[in-house]
Design a protein around this ligand. Structure first.
Ligand SMILES: Nc1nc2c(c(=O)[nH]1)N[C@H]1C(S)=C(S)[C@@H](COP(=O)(O)OP(=O)(O)OC[C@H]3O[C@@H](n4cnc5c(N)ncnc54)[C@H](O)[C@@H]3O)O[C@H]1N2
Ligand code: MOO
Length: 423
């Protein structure tokens, strides 16, 4: 057996980011820039008002106060979007809205609240500082400024900055297109009658969801019987149109473990036993002329899920040019549970809050890698090392979260509100 770290290292050493593509900015969410992105414009694009009020020449308001207001006539209204080409002459003002261009000749904006708000003959009660309430052209960003450095994952905020600053397209590491293949003669697709000896293919939809959640694209979800020719043909086809392939099933020691049989000796494919529970039988290699990473995960549903979290997720991140991170937290065991003596053990746990505010974790169902009942209750995997044979109650465990942290926090807040309501 090899360790989890050894297997993961071997995988990541063989993963290259997919080719770069140039896409319209709004379509790059979650993708990583390949080069520094510079501004094409100045921001603000023109001097504009930060308040609804009046554009004035400051000198015209000399001595204005609440006791001695100064009246100046409104000669025009300027809305956001107006070109504001008409200059402001001395002794006049213009009504101006937030975001509207400041007219030539005006040097200050007076807030509506500092006047009586009259539409045509307003009384001004203050003389603000020169330049008050004006957002100057270029004070935020200048052409050529660095907006988004290379290797940045684009989020909603970066999209806003880029489109504002005149950047229409950006080069990013392309979307990672993933194919998912479930193997096994016993599998029936979702929604079809389940005959004797058959089960519903749950790995296919589960992995499809995991891949989507990880920000990659699912281009193919298929099922294969335990037939050599079909398996080879399907995998070869996917090597042409996918950037990463995930199979489940057919990798242990059974007489019909076809995946292992057809892929042994192909590309850099290696089938190994990893010191982990669940998820011991693993296969990985890079295949075909496009060097597509292929993961052959064990068929048991929990084994497939754990294998995805531990190996496939970091590989997907890396293939997308993103930095590899593990979604970890810690929790305190509310009860003791056993841990495989020679393997790193991933125990499905439900998270709650202990009296000190920390995460408290309780096993969700039994440890069998076929057990689906408790899986829906699990928020995290508690990780215990090969030397640990028992995780004792009260001890701290590392967690791999299966849900975003804020979702877990939201549920815990709901639960504590409900408890407070009941007591
Ligand atoms: N003699 C041995 N047998 C097994 C060993 C071993 O070391 N020696 N390892 C066991 C472990 S651990 C695991 S994990 C499994 C892995 O088996 P395979 O990857 O070959 O998977 P299958 O045999 O095809 O299926 C295992 C199990 O999972 C169910 N399954 C498969 N695909 C799906 C799917 N898409 N959706 C839902 N469930 C699925 C399948 O029906 C089996 O029950 O091998 C052990 N055996
Ligand atoms: O290693 Mo298997 O994944 O225990 O069930």
């Amino acid at each position: 057996m090899i360790t989890v770290e050894e297997h993961l290292e071997r995988i990541l050493a063989q993963i290259e980011p997919v080719d770069a593509v140039t896409l319209p900015v709004p379509r790059t969410l979650g993708m990583v820039t390949t080069a520094d992105v510079l501004s094409q414009a100045e921001l603000p694009r023109f001097d504009n008002s930060s308040m609804d009020g009046y554009a004035v020449r400051r000198a015209d308001l000399e001595g204005a106060s609440a006791e001695h207001p100064v009246m100046l006539p409104v000669v025009a209204d300027i809305a956001a979007g107006d070109p504001a080409s008409q200059p402001l002459a001395p002794g006049q003002v213009m009504r101006i809205m937030t975001g509207a261009p400041v007219p030539p000749g005006a040097d200050t904006v007076v807030r509506l609240e500092d006047t009586d708000g009259h539409e045509r003959e307003p009384q001004f009660r203050t003389q603000p500082e020169e330049g008050a309430n004006i957002r100057r052209a270029g004070e935020d960003v200048r052409p050529g400024d660095l907006l988004v450095p290379r290797r940045t994952r684009i989020g909603p905020a970066q999209i806003a900055v880029l489109v504002s600053a005149g950047v229409h397209e950006v080069e990013v590491v392309g979307p990672v297109r993933v194919a998912v293949l479930s193997t096994g003669d016993e599998l029936v697709p979702v929604g079809e009658p389940v005959g004797p000896g058959q089960i519903v293919d749950s790995n296919g939809p589960m992995l499809e969801a995991l891949v989507r959640e990880a920000g990659a694209e699912v281009v193919h979800v298929g099922r294969l019987g335990d037939v050599e020719g079909q398996t080879t043909r399907q995998i070869n086809a996917r090597l042409e149109d996918a950037d990463l392939i995930i199979t489940t099933g057919g990798v242990s020691k059974g007489a019909f473990d076809i995946v292992k049989k057809v892929l042994t000796g192909q590309g850099s494919m290696e089938f190994v036993e990893v010191a982990m529970q669940p998820g011991k039988p693993q296969g990985f290699g890079v295949l075909g002329r496009r060097h597509v990473p292929v993961f052959t995960l064990p068929g048991n549903p929990v084994s497939a899920l754990v294998s995805f979290e531990v190996f496939v997720r970091p590989a997907l991140e890396s293939r997308g040019g993103r930095r590899v991170s593990q979604h970890t937290a810690t929790g305190l065991a509310t009860e003791s549970w056993s841990s495989a003596s020679d393997r790193r053990t991933y125990t499905r746990v439900r998270v709650s809050r202990d009296s000190g505010g920390a995460y408290a974790v309780t096993p969700a169902g039994g440890p069998g890698s076929h057990l689906l009942g408790g899986l829906a209750q699990a928020d995290a995997l508690a990780v215990s090392d090969p030397e640990t044979v028992e995780v004792s109650a009260g001890s701290e465990v590392d967690l791999i979260l299966l849900r975003p942290r804020r979702e877990i926090e939201g549920r815990l807040e709901d639960e504590s509100t409900q408890e407070a309501g009941q007591s």
